[in-house]
Design a protein around this ligand. Structure first.
Ligand code: PLP
Length: 485
């Protein structure tokens, strides 16, 4: 198996909340095991409250999907294939998964068929270096993170994260009475040295008795909102720091496969696309999970950004102990991803694409996002006033993060940074461009920092409209800073 010859993960009993430790197996889900026990022949279940699929009013589901490498919308129309799922495909020997199973109650790790696919995929891409790693399906990373917080966070304590962070991640944990500590960042994301200094100098008395933080929430690739991507070396340093301070890491990676081709600028040739699946995997920055010899990482993967957010399917990877606690919580909350979604994902990934086809798809997405990223960067180079705007071309994700030198505001007296940010934000709306304010993403709500940023995304609008929107934003900046057009 994937764990052969590797060490076992560390235990995290000292980190789990009372709530998580108190969870018992669901009595109803637990009874399931008697049904799969081959020693008891002919057992008739009057136990579990599973409705009979006889009354599911869905006889079959047809989906039209692309066949690698013909992925564009136009090609799918012409050469896509229709996959049909019937209600009783298993009994009829047509498939190992069907409507009668997918649409009934299932195990809280998710359907075994799709779980196997993501576990194999995780082994191909990350090959976690400890023995007892496992995956469990989730209804996306928003839910997985909410559940992880309830496993690890206690009111009155602190959590570590990037100083600008995914706002939902902070907005989920704050009402639980947990404050975020923002770790300083550079263009490669969070700084291990600042992490070390926060933890080495922690003063509980000055923090209402809160313990030294030991939970780190991080988005290593194409971070939301900064677009920063941690290099391999940066990740190794962060992992070493986690070992030094016994940190548990929540690695949230919805943008991992939106790592793009290197940015070469408008006047240089593009870098040739990956020539093989292994060249593609080698071109990805290795994950924290792939370095996790201690089992101190819970990685959250999501199909939202690479397939579709509305399917609400993702998965986590962590040690057996952590997965078991997570599943105890799933049993009494989400149960498992929607059966329809699991069925669609199975038909697409396992029965149409296989691992090779899925990697082809991910390469396709990489090249598409590269075009979009290049487009927004060219527009910025063309339209933004360099006197006040600066940026790094993002290497992953869907965000372009612009720094605004607000000190150059013409009549600064009496205006705070946040007021000037608000003025720019509204000036841009008046010109017809909606952006996100950097201040919305501050990890520490009472500390606005000294710098001003705006976040834009190149994922949504068509490329020509992105160009137009950046031109308008440039014109708004010129108006606010009284620069020549
Ligand atoms: N994590 C980060 C960093 C995100 O930016 C997003 C979406 O914007 C999510 C998680 C949400 O993922 P999901 O759709 O899987 O809940």
């Amino acid at each position: 198996g994937p764990g052969y010859g590797k060490p076992k993960a560390k235990r995290w009993d000292h980190r789990l909340t009372l709530e998580s430790l108190a969870r018992k197996p669901s009595s109803l889900k637990g009874a399931q095991k008697y049904l799969s026990n081959p020693e008891v022949e002919g057992l008739i279940s009057l136990g579990g409250g599973l409705p009979s699929s006889q009354y599911f009013p869905f006889q079959n589901i047809d989906i039209k999907v692309p066949v690698p490498p013909h992925f564009s919308e136009q090609e799918v129309k012409e050469s896509g294939i229709v996959k049909r799922t019937g209600k009783h495909d298993i009994a009829e020997g047509k498939s190992i998964y069907d409507i009668h199973v997918a649409l009934n109650y299932g195990q809280s790790t998710g359907s075994a068929q799709i779980l196997r696919f993501v576990t194999e995929h995780t082994e191909i891409v990350h090959n976690p270096p400890y023995k007892d790693w496992q995956c469990s399906m989730t209804v996306g990373s928003t839910s997985a993170l909410d559940m992880a917080y309830r496993m690890f966070c206690t009111r009155g304590e602190y959590m570590l994260t990037e100083e600008y962070t995914f706002s939902t991640a902070a907005e989920t944990v704050r009402p639980m009475g947990v404050k975020c500590i923002g770790v300083k960042m550079d263009e490669q994301g969070l700084l291990p040295s600042d992490l070390d200094s926060i933890l080495s100098n922690w003063n509980s008395a000055a923090r209402n008795g809160a313990h030294k933080p030991w939970l780190l929430y991080t988005v290593p690739s194409g971070q939301n909102p900064t677009g920063a991507t941690q290099s391999k070396q940066r990740r190794e340093e962060i992992y070493r720091m986690a070992q030094k301070h016994d940190i548990y890491i929540l690695e949230d990676e919805p943008y991992y496969f939106l790592q793009m081709q290197p940015y070469t600028g408008p006047n240089a040739p593009d870098v040739p696309p990956p020539s093989s699946h292994s060249a593609f995997i080698d071109a990805l920055v290795p994950s924290l999970l792939s370095m996790d010899i201690d089992g101190r990482v819970m990685r959250m993967d999501s199909f939202s950004k690479v397939i579709a957010p509305g399917v609400r399917v993702g998965w986590i990877t962590a040690s057996e102990q952590i997965i078991e606690r997570f599943v105890r919580h799933s049993e009494v909350s989400t149960q498992n991803p929607s059966g329809t979604s699991q069925l669609l994902m199975f038909k697409l990934l396992e029965e149409t694409w296989g691992h090779a086809g899925y990697l082809d798809w991910l390469i396709y997405i990489r090249l598409e996002y590269t075009k979009r990223r290049d487009n927004i960067c060219y527009a910025c180079e063309k339209y933004l006033p360099r006197e006040v705007a600066s940026w790094n071309p993002p290497m992953a994700g869907m965000f372009h993060w612009m720094k605004i030198d607000w000190q150059k505001y013409p009549s600064k007296e009496g205006k705070s940074m946040l007021e000037i940010e608000d003025e720019i934000f509204h000036a841009a709306i008046d010109k017809g461009t909606l952006t996100s304010k950097g201040s919305w993403f501050r990890a520490e709500t009472d500390n606005p920092g000294n710098d001003m940023f705006f976040r834009t995304t190149f994922a949504a609008a068509p490329p020509d409209q992105v160009g137009q929107a950046i031109e308008r934003f440039g014109s708004a900046l010129r108006a606010v800073f009284r620069l020549e057009e």
